[in-house]
Write a protein that binds this ligand. Structure first.
Ligand SMILES: [Zn+2]
Length: 295
């Protein structure tokens, strides 16, 4: 995807100097790098992403600051606490809803531009996206509280140790905990933006089909508590998880023998210290799935 450079701020519409904005918050990219095993990163995070750590000239400094204040809130109050396994219960206020809307809006905005360029979209679904984008923009600017039927959900992708569906045998832990992605997609009756922030799956639903079941995932506008346990999701969005795993697997297969040898060498050099890396647990869990799952 090409990098967009706008003359006006995509949010407030003012002709101010436009900043280079991240689609996925910058702190996520930093955390991914910091917890990776140096140059073997390409193996654990096989670039399955579409808008990975992509940047675009999108927002003015003032709008960017509004967004980054909420990103910091999310980083401090949810992301790091969950990643460091300090808690699974998170009290939240309106900052969380704002953060999710800002993340999904950025992604949706760019996807709408892509759809316009490529013209490969169902017109009814496209209209739903256009209406949602407008409503979210007004909300983010503080002009209108109304978000219509838009729903926000957070699903924590916990450690998977066994599965009863062979679709999930493809390294779910390493793939989902070690990657980021954000994009808009639709099916027959559901339109959504999904983002994976290293295992925290954030979904904004613009249209929700009658078969969708989301338990323990919905985020209220103002305040509430979200618990990273016993969540239950039956959704077309789950098909995306499978797609990410398949893509990661293909990427691994495409890796050259030289590259693979380099990784093995690097891991040997790290030796026992490998246990200190987050990916080690993910790796073990994925191995266990293959052992434990009686498929
Ligand atoms: Zn602006």
């Amino acid at each position: 995807m090409e990098r967009y450079k706008l003359q006006k701020c995509a949010l407030c519409g003012l002709e101010k100097e436009i900043q280079l904005s991240h689609i996925i918050p910058k702190f996520i990219g930093k955390h991914l790098k910091k917890t990776s095993i140096g140059s073997i990163r390409s193996a654990e995070n096989p670039n399955i992403v579409i808008q990975d750590l992509e940047k675009h000239y999108l927002l003015c400094r003032d709008c960017e600051e509004e967004f980054s204040a909420r990103e910091n809130w999310f980083a401090r109050n949810i992301f790091y606490l969950w990643k460091k396994e300090e808690t699974i219960e998170f009290e939240y206020d309106s900052n969380l809803n704002y953060f999710i809307i800002s993340l999904s809006w950025r992604s949706l905005y760019l996807d709408i531009m892509n759809y316009v360029q490529e013209g490969n979209v169902e017109i009814e679904k496209f209209q739903i996206m256009i209406d949602a984008e407008k409503m979210m923009r007004k909300f983010l600017l503080g002009k209108d509280e109304d978000l219509g039927n838009i729903e926000n959900h957070i699903f924590f992708f916990e450690r998977v140790e066994s599965v009863n569906d062979d679709k999930f045998l493809l390294n779910p832990n390493t793939t989902i905990h070690r990657s980021t992605v954000s994009y808009t997609h639709y099916t027959e009756d559901t339109v959504f933006t999904v983002s994976n922030l290293m295992g925290i799956i954030i979904v904004t639903m613009y249209e929700k089909g009658y078969r969708e079941e989301w338990k323990g995932t919905k985020i209220d506008r103002n305040r509430g508590k979200i618990i990273a346990a016993n969540q239950n999701v039956k959704s077309v969005v789950c098909g995306e998880f499978q797609y990410w795993m398949e893509e990661a697997d293909k990427q691994m297969e495409r890796m050259s023998e030289t590259q693979k040898a380099k990784i093995v060498q690097k891991m040997k050099a790290i030796g026992e210290d490998i246990k200190k890396y987050d990916i080690y647990q993910d790796f073990l869990d994925d191995q266990n799935i293959k052992k434990n799952s009686s498929i």
